[in-house]
Design a protein. Structure first.
Length: 321
């Protein structure tokens, strides 16, 4: 979530005319996140989220995200539900861009997860994976391992001090692609389960938000993303893998859905791939985000550390003990 596109009271009036629900009275930009523009909308009695889709989201893929959230909501997974406009569509045009309004999910993100939180997140991810088996939708993962070379090529390494970093990235990406598993259990995954996309209400997991990277990929790749995003602790400027958090995340998942031996054997390479994916996107955003955007840029060096840690690990057991 972020604010690239500015709206006014006049735009709010336009939005109100598009929907057959209680009129929105106020709007406020949401600074967290990177990909799209988001506003909190308030009516007299309710809250909603307005999302304006920016350049990284392809227009043809937006219906997939809308249908996925709608169907997950219908299957009782706690996530935002898109609101249909007066014409029965999820999408409206705003400022020349596609936009949608979704329900407000109660709760907020936590700065740090405890072991019980990790267990509960694992359970919800497994429940989501089982639910998506019932949903007949497909989207190729635009941020999958095969799509990272063009992203790496697009990053501008602006000074000589980055030459070694560029070499590190190219060597690692080549090795990760060579070792990438070819056949693991797969289906629709969330694809971006960072701590700010997981909501808690009174320390109880209340749901998941921001499904705009959801795609078909390995279920275990979702776990690898979560290991990177949720299971490292920060000590000043140093990141340390918390293996008890990994263990609880996986225990929670396996209390709902079994993880196969082939998936477990692939955890390390999937973690390396996930770390590479976020290292590259953060490097790209660090050098390409407009200065006028109301956004908090995330530090790319975090994922240099995490990738380096994964490079020293090998087996599934290395993540648990």
């Amino acid at each position: 979530m972020a604010v690239y596109t500015k709206i006014s009271k006049r735009d709010l009036s336009y939005i109100n005319k598009k929907f057959n629900i209680e009129n929105f009275k106020t709007f406020k930009g949401i600074k967290q996140g990177i990909e799209n523009t988001n506003y909190l909308l308030k009516s007299k009695n309710k809250k909603f989220i307005l999302t304006i889709f920016e350049k990284r989201v392809l227009k043809k893929e937006i219906p997939f995200f809308m249908k996925l959230m709608d169907e997950l909501s219908n299957l009782n997974l706690n996530c935002p539900k898109p609101i249909k406009n007066r014409k029965g569509h999820f999408i409206i045009k705003l400022k020349g861009k596609s936009a949608c309004v979704v329900t407000f999910l109660k709760g907020k993100d936590k700065k740090k997860l405890n072991y019980k939180n990790c267990f509960d997140v694992g359970k919800m991810i497994a429940s989501m994976h089982l639910s998506t088996k019932k949903i007949k939708l497909y989207r190729k993962n635009s941020m999958g391992i095969k799509n990272l070379n063009p992203l790496l090529d697009s990053i501008k390494f602006k000074s000589k001090k980055f030459i070694n970093l560029e070499k590190f990235l190219k060597t690692n990406l080549r090795d990760i692609k060579n070792r990438w598993p070819k056949d693991l259990p797969n289906g629709i995954i969330h694809g971006d389960l960072f701590i700010d996309n997981i909501f808690f209400d009174n320390n109880k997991l209340s749901g998941l938000i921001d499904f705009y990277f959801a795609a078909n990929d390995y279920y275990m790749y979702e776990i690898a993303i979560c290991v990177n995003a949720l299971c490292f602790d920060k000590n000043k400027t140093k990141f340390i893998l918390n293996k008890k958090k990994v263990k609880n995340l996986i225990k929670g998942y396996e209390s709902i859905k079994t993880i196969s031996q082939s998936e477990k054997k692939s955890l390390n390479i999937l973690c390396r791939g996930a770390a590479m994916r976020y290292f590259l996107t953060r490097l790209y955003d660090y050098s390409n985000t407009p200065k006028t955007a109301l956004i908090k840029i995330k530090d790319p060096s975090e994922y240099y550390q995490k990738l380096s840690i994964h490079n020293k690990l090998k087996s599934y057991r290395d993540y648990l003990n």
